[in-house]
Design a protein around this ligand. Sequence first.
Ligand code: GAP
Length: 489
Amino acid sequence: MTNYKKKNIDIIINHAKVYGFIFKSSEIYNGIKSIYDYGPNGIEMKNNIKNFWWDYMVKYRDNIVGVDTSILMNNKVWDASGHKKNFYEYFIINYYNKKIYILEELLNFILYKINNKNNIKINNIKINNIKIKFLKLFKKKKIKKLNIFFKKKIIKYNLSKILKWDKIKKINLMFKTKINSFKKKEYTYLRPETAQGIFVNFKNIKNSNRMKIPFGIAQIGKSFRNEIISKQFIFRIKEFEQMEMQFFIFPGEEKKWYKYWIKSRLEWHYFLNLGKNKYRIKDHKNLSHYTTFATDIEFKFFDSFKELEGIHFRKDFDLKNHQKLSKKNLKYFDIKSNKKFFPYVIETSLGLDRIFYSIFYSSIKIQKINNKKRIYLKLPFFISPIKIAILPLIKKGKIINISKKIFNNLKYKYYIVYDDKDSIGKRYRRQDAIGTPYCITIDNKSVINKTVTIRNRDTMKQINYKIKNINKYFKKNFDISNFFKKKII
Ligand code: GAP
């Protein structure tokens, strides 16, 4: 179903493992499906992405604050949020190979196949009509009719043998967990979105930080979903991190802020410099239970666009339901108009693992130099796990002293490494593979001329540089404010 080119996804998974970015969880026991661990370089890169998001969303603004709320929450939260009732995925199992497919994705895939084959009408029914009919049934969750529809309308066309299906199955994606082992009935769920921690704390945060509408609350944290379909590396996993922000606004201003946040979030993505043509904005047709309207920022993975981030208009759905169930007043009082009301909410929700994947996938470059393969990670410098590698050419005498001095001078400013193992060629290759933007080599010339060689990862160009000016060089090249010279939108 996914359009991955097998060879490429294998290269990415292998590179992530060999160079300490991502490992299969519990690998020595053959792993656990759709769950991954981040290695030493992975965690550095992940933290850099988090910081980049946090700086842009919280630190550089005066109307957004951050929180870190718990993963386990009162069971009633999931009644009020609607997740117990509505957070289902619909699956269908292939009759022949017993593979499980997400219903909506499968339909899109089949229609894509039909469309691309000959762009024809089938039995006088236009493809588009099939799609519209399906989406209507899907939206209303008419499973019985969907089953008939799937069998009669789709299978009848007998496009290939694979189109024979078992019945549609409906599964709640939340992980249920016991909260007190002595009391059988006490249970809750691992949160499936970080947003609810923000909604239930709305009053606390508004009061403690004297927030005035319009304002936002941001959070980065783990979420859990019992996803059935895997095989997409870290694109869809069971334990993942979200970077979410709920923006509370005056009712009636939703169009303005919705537009604003789509533009602003796109700007953040463009700062990563992965190529504007890799992004696409798409209205979300099949809305989740809490949204009134929504847009996805999609990213082109291999040859198909996939959801990266969601911008959702949640109206007053969450606060209203939490007030109803908790019986606590969650309305906002506006002094100017002397009115109490539920603020409306625009949410921005980005999967950290998904953005990690998009950056990692886009940054792997394979070059041929003198018939030899060079693999390097062309990461934005502020995302690279390691910023500088100090590489003494010889392991003795004054060269070591100079190298250690440079290392000790820079280590408090940047995450750097000191490496004197292997040949210089091998050391360069290793730093290229983990995306280190600069390598400093120290040799005999350093002793005589007080200069070092600085090598650029992308161009492989080397320059001689005075040791006493090294700080200035990196200050200029690692200045993140260059990115934000424009006013943040
Ligand atoms: N609070 C809103 C919310 O959770 P969502 O569209 O279900 O909305 C938001 O998820 C984002 O979280 C997605 O765009 C995606 O980046 C990420 N995400 C969702 N499920 C995921 C999964 N199983 N694995 C990795 N990332 C996921």
